[in-house]
Design a protein. Sequence first.
Length: 102
Amino acid sequence: MARRLELHEELCSTLGSRNVYFQPPESVKLKYNCIVYSVRNRNDIRADDRQYRGFIEYEVMAIYRDPDDELPERIMQRFPRCRHERHFTADNLHHDVFIISY
């Protein structure tokens, strides 16, 4: 959990606000611009029949109003093990989905 909280603080710093949500329930009202993230997968690297190193993959979604917002670029620069999955627009909001191994 300490690593997830560390990731949470990094995401807050990247966004420039506390509008970062971890697996929010539908009842939570999001404030935009925001980042929503959740656990996607666990990757274990094994050697000599034991776990050598483990990473958790998080699906991170940046949601923003301005199509020229630099939030996606800031996320890509901040996290070296990050890959962009897709972009879409819904309800006049732009969404960029990333996978971050942390």
